[in-house]
Design a protein around this ligand. Structure first.
Ligand code: NAP
Ligand code: ZN
Length: 349
């Protein structure tokens, strides 16, 4: 065991504060790493404040991790000391169910182990995430980072925001000739815009923030719609092949479903604290529209996404913060005031 230092929430209402805890010594199949950067996902905030009613306290959030390998177990073959690596939302899964065998560990029949708010198999202890100085992770859940050294902080958000948008865009075969909507220009949404544009789609960004118009175009959207303006929305009725909805709050889904063409799909990745109002059935059946969901992505696909982003020069647009500014970051996130992902520089811990 080694002592790790990080930041933890100890209750839904207590601000995150310094916290020390034990990490296991690296086993034969483990990689130990120093955390260099950790992105701040809205899921961290949902968890720290128990908005999903499943938080185990103390809770050390953080699942957008870039680090440097400090030790490897005897059976580790893919990584060596000094390598730059990533860790995303999962650190383990059963590895023998059908989804795991298919590289879909996020849908493990026995439940994957989250990077934070585990619990760890087989003993059920909590897992602690990337708002900390070092980690120990099973090799098969460690990713290779091939971006340049200058990009490392901006690569961190790819480990969740990147894969959570890449996976559904691939699953629904987005590409040239497709009209694709991205709803919400936050951490996930801005990655969705970049990745869908790189896949060759015609990207339309939906935002509630008039002030984000210019940014959306710069990030790769061809059109921007302020979703509160009914006229702007009406101009796009029945025209989308696919919409990826990243919004972190409950809202009316019908206004977006009505923009899908025959057989179009809207996939939800946002996971609000309270349910969306139920969609209108007629809005679905009259055009055989589909409403779907998607959860992060498997390890193989996460590596594919990292390599795709490295190849296309894609990183996140970030604001780097010191660890002790995390509560300010959360406050700004709740006001949709993030350009477009906070990343903690772990050297400030
Ligand atoms: P974020 O950075 O806070 O972005 C969310 C965006 O949603 C905001 O920037 C805002 O964009 C829009 N928004 C916020 N409140 C809204 C409201 N009341 N009505 C309409 N739009 C609103 O959050 P994030 O980190 O991208 O995460 C987004 C959601 O995805 C969270 O619920 C998170 O837990 C979830 N998530 C899911 C997965 C998965 O695997 N499915 C993975 C990671 C995260 P505009 O200003 O442009 O409107
Ligand atoms: Zn996340």
């Amino acid at each position: 065991m080694t002592t790790a230092h990080g930041y933890a929430a100890t209750s839904p209402t207590s601000p995150l504060a310094p916290f020390s805890f034990e990490r296991r010594a690296p086993g034969a199949q483990d990689v130990a790493l120093d955390v260099l950067y950790c992105g701040v996902c809205h899921s961290d905030l949902h968890t720290a404040r128990n908005e999903w009613h499943n938080t185990i306290y103390p809770s050390v959030p953080g699942h957008e991790i870039v680090g440097r390998v400090t030790a490897v177990g005897d059976l580790v073959s893919k990584f060596k000391v000094g390598d730059l690596v990533g860790v995303g939302c999962m650190v383990d899964s059963c590895q023998h169910c059908v989804p795991c065998a298919d590289g879909l560990e996020q849908y493990c029949d026995n439940g994957f182990t989250g990077t934070y708010n585990g619990p760890m198999f087989p003993n059920g202890t909590n897992t602690y995430g990337g708002y900390s100085n070092h980690m120990v992770v099973r090799e098969s859940f460690v990713l290779r980072v091939s971006h340049g050294l200058d990009d490392l902080a901006a690569v961190a958000p790819l480990l969740c925001a990147g894969i959570t948008t890449y996976s559904p865009l691939r699953q629904w075969k987005v590409g040239p000739g497709h009209k694709v909507g991205i709803v919400g220009l936050g951490g996930l949404g801005h990655m969705g815009v970049k990745i869908a544009a790189a896949m060759g789609a015609h990207v339309v960004l939906f935002t509630t923030s008039e002030s984000k118009r210019e940014d959306a175009l710069r990030l790769g959207a061809k059109e921007v719609v302020v979703s509160k303006n009914a006229d702007e929305m009406a101009a796009h009725a029945n025209s989308f092949d696919f919409i990826l909805n990243t919004v972190a709050a409950a809202h009316n889904l019908d206004v977006f479903l009505g923009l899908l063409k025959l057989d179009g799909t809207m996939t939800l990745v946002g996971a609000p604290e309270t349910p969306h109002p139920s969609p209108n059935v007629f809005g679905l059946i009259m055009k055989r529209r589909r409403l779907a969901g998607s959860l992060i992505g498997g390890i193989k696909e996460t590596q594919e996404m990292l390599d795709f982003c490295a190849e296309h020069g894609i990183v996140s647009d970030i604001e780097t913060i010191p660890m002790d500014q995390i509560e300010t970051a959360y406050t700004r996130m709740l006001k949709s005031d993030v350009k477009y992902r906070f990343v903690i520089d772990m050297a400030t811990l």
